[in-house]
Design a protein around this ligand. Structure first.
Ligand code: ADP
Ligand code: ZN
Ligand code: ZN
Length: 731
């Protein structure tokens, strides 16, 4: 009789514990995925330990239903350890951490092996017969031409990328002109494209990184927009690729522009792969497996790519390290930058962070000497940084939100054939629809917020930007029946309408989430702008990052005042980063750029500092303010949030949490419970409670000690609650 053994399984459920199951399989299953019964469900989990004994009654223990892997899908290496440490650090369920870290297809139980691909070659007969193809056999002709010229043949996916249909291949195979072999993809030999000659500041960074290449170290490139950070990455990556090792480059959600990607592919032909949220589960899995099996040398990806196993990983780079999209905002709320540093430590390799507007968190370490602080103080093209000027619009007549000096500047730039970028971080037509008679405002019935009026493509409708609720436009006030409804305020659609009327002969493009829903839309707009075909660009923060529009000389920032008075303590930092980044789009090539920022508060210290074009100085000021106010990065925070249809249940839960931490009040500030800034969303009331302390260790001790009682409390069952360690977003 085979003997029973115990398995500790991490399951994708919120409970912060492991679950024990039995198996008679004599082989070690550590790291393997198994399917298990869980209540009435069947779940897929990861075996994280094989305990020799078990305190529970053996007869009540259930057996696993199936083993999915024979060997661990995720090797028991640095990523394995990273996930364990991350789950502990964020006080999150290990099973959910695994489910987030693994590609969806693996979490769902798909096989973790690369499927061998068909690889096609032309036969001798095919070569001989090719000229006999009829003139109208266009598809076959094209496929043959591609295959005849490809020295090593082409794979199914490569042919598919060239729009060759599988039916065409079948027809050719039936004729005996081409044959296929099954082959697992492998890494292409190292070949490098031509690199740019670096300037002295850039070269210094590359040299330093070469010296640090065999140990854990963090470098921060603090380099103005257009200073050649990407060029430095390319050189540092080349050093690694030449040793046939691997690099992971993390980029923000919308930072992966086709332009940037092309730069990497040209420099490292055949060795670059991309991973982002727009891919199908299948594509993601393929890339993940290729990375794991060492067939990819440069992996460029967004947040969750930090969990990709790379056996020969020798360097991690985080571009735009300040970007908020590196922090996951729901479920397992990890920060990819912070985990990158942890991973580098585990693997004993260097990390390179880069930004024109570093986060205060990273600057703190750079200033204290913990990170190597690299500076790129000038633009690589030799252009000076654009002038930032404030346009005081207090008491000025505004046309659709534009003050006269702003319009004059736009007139001049457009007349001179230059490009203009208008930036407004608010999509839609108008943020508020109001009744002139009685003051009624169209608000969302499910959220504590107003409905945004949209008006494009001849369609008028209202939409809530928090829950997505859609409503046809109304022409009568539901309260007093008046038909005098006013659209208050400006969104990008309204500005588009206004500027189209004002500049009828100018080609114009709005770029926001609504115009870029279709795949490729963004890429097409950006390309048209780069070629100079679009002269006037209107956009939200999607337009702020990474793009290189050579002819932009004027950037107009319409509305920044809201950010100056937000209740989130990070709002000024974000506003400064955003303005610096948008400003960075101006004057990148031959023409000098200027940035006009419209405000009612020109004397505001933050805006004053921005006009000096000195982000480092501004950052130091913000940093000192945080120190005085005892806020991060001086302190460390954790945020409990509760949502419920029942207001009382939400506050009851957080009051319980507050009482649980009260004994620790000596070292821990407790703020709340208070209503969130959006106090109701999709019908649920939202409250939060913040823990703030100068000691990270204290915070984690307190959480470890207190969470079990919170998790098992009765009041916890009546609400949706979450814990966010190092929260980025306090609204
Ligand atoms: P960043 O990533 O800091 O915005 P990039 O690396 O994109 O900067 O460089 C900005 C521009 O300067 C690009 O057009 C790039 O080709 C050019 N550039 C970068 N480094 C050099 C260099 N050493 N010599 C000449 N041009 C450079
Ligand atoms: Zn009314
Ligand atoms: Zn809503």
């Amino acid at each position: 009789m085979s003997t029973e053994r115990f398995l500790a399984v991490a399951l994708p459920v919120p409970l912060r514990r492991l679950f024990t199951y039995k198996t008679t399989n004599p082989q070690s299953l550590l790291g393997c995925r198994v399917r298990v019964p869980f209540g009435r469900q069947h779940l897929i989990g990861v075996v994280v330990a094989e305990p020799a004994t078990c305190d529970l009654d053996h007869h009540t223990l259930k057996s696993i239903e199936a083993t999915i892997d024979q060997t661990p899908a995720l090797p028991l290496g640095d990523v394995w350890t990273l996930i364990h440490k991350a789950a502990r650090y964020y006080h999150h369920s290990l099973g959910e951490a695994f489910a987030t870290a693994l590609p969806n297809a693996l979490a769902k139980g798909e096989p973790a092996q690369l499927t061998p691909e068909k690889h096609w070659h032309v036969t001798a007969e095919g070569r001989a017969q090719q000229p006999t193809l009829a003139a109208n056999a266009v598809r076959m002709k094209r496929a043959m031409t591609l295959l005849v010229t490809a020295e090593h043949g082409l794979s199914d996916s490569e042919l598919k990328a060239h729009d060759v249909a599988s039916t065409t291949l079948k027809s050719l195979a039936n004729k005996g002109w081409i044959v296929a072999q099954l082959r697992t993809p492998t890494a292409t030999p190292v070949a490098l494209g031509v690199a740019k000659q670096l300037n002295a500041e850039q070269q210094h960074i590359v040299d330093q990184m070469a010296q640090l290449s065999t140990e854990f170290a963090v470098g921060l490139i603090d380099g103005v927009t257009g200073s050649g950070k990407t060029e430095v990455y390319l050189h540092v990556i080349a050093q690694v690729v030449q040793q046939a090792q691997q690099v992971l480059l993390l980029v923000p959600e919308i930072g992966l522009t086709p332009q940037t990607l092309r730069r990497f592919e040209q420099r490292f032909p055949g060795q670059v792969a991309v991973m982002h949220s727009g891919m199908t589960d299948r594509q993601r899995l393929e890339t993940w497996l290729k990375a794991r099996d060492g067939h990819i040398r440069v992996l460029i990806g967004t947040r969750s790519s930090i969990f990709t196993p790379l056996p020969d990983l020798a360097l991690i780079i985080i571009d735009e390290e300040h970007d908020a999209s590196f922090k996951q905002q729901d479920g397992f709320r990890y920060h990819a930058r912070d985990l990158a540093i942890l991973r580098a430590q585990l693997k004993n390799i260097p990390v390179l962070l880069g930004s024109a507007t570093p986060s205060l968190e990273s600057l703190k370490h750079a200033l204290s000497g913990r990170y190597h602080h690299f500076k790129l103080s000038e633009r690589a093209t030799g252009q000076s940084l654009p002038m930032v000027k404030l346009v005081d619009c207090k008491n000025q007549p505004l046309s659709e939100g534009f003050a006269k000096p702003l319009l004059d500047a736009m007139d001049a730039a457009l007349k001179a054939g230059q490009q203009v970028l208008v930036f407004l971080n608010r999509r839609g037509y108008a943020p508020v629809l109001l009744c002139h008679q009685c003051g009624w405002i169209a608000d969302c019935t499910r959220c504590d917020s107003y409905m945004t009026l949209h008006q494009s493509n001849q369609k008028r409708y209202l939409q809530c930007h928090h829950c997505g609720r859609y409503q046809n436009d109304i022409c009568q006030c539901p309260k007093c029946n008046s038909n005098q409804l006013l659209d208050i305020g400006q969104g990008t659609e309204r500005i588009e309408q206004f500027l189209t009327a004002r500049y009828p002969d100018i080609s114009l493009q709005r770029i926001d989430r609504d115009t870029t829903r279709r795949k490729q839309a963004m890429a097409n707009y950006v390309e048209a702008a780069q070629k100079g075909e679009t002269q006037l660009l209107i956009g939200t923060q999607m337009l702020a990052k990474g793009h290189h529009f050579p002819k932009v000389t004027l950037v107009a920032v319409l509305d920044i005042d809201g950010a100056l008075f937000s209740s989130d303590f990070r709002a000024p930092e974000r506003a400064a980063q955003l303005i610096t980044q948008v400003a960075g789009r101006a004057g990148r090539a031959e023409l000098k750029g200027q940035v006009l920022v419209q405000t009612h508060y020109p004397e505001h210290p933050l805006l004053q500092a921005l006009t000096a074009n000195d982000y480092p100085l501004l950052a130091r000021q913000l940093f000192q303010e945080r120190q005085h106010a005892s806020l991060p990065p001086q302190t460390h925070m954790a945020l409990f949030r509760a949502e419920s249809l029942d207001k009382q249940a939400a506050t009851d839960f957080l009051s319980f949490v507050r009482d649980a931490f009260r004994p620790l009040q000596q070292t821990l500030e407790i703020w709340g419970p208070v209503a969130c800034a959006i106090s109701r969303k999709s019908g649920r009331f939202r409250f939060q409670l913040v823990l703030n302390t100068s000691s990270r260790a204290e915070l984690h001790n307190a959480l470890s000690r207190t969470l079990p009682s919170i998790e098992s409390a009765k009041v916890a069952n009546k609400v949706r609650w979450s814990l966010d360690v190092d929260p980025q977003d306090l609204l």
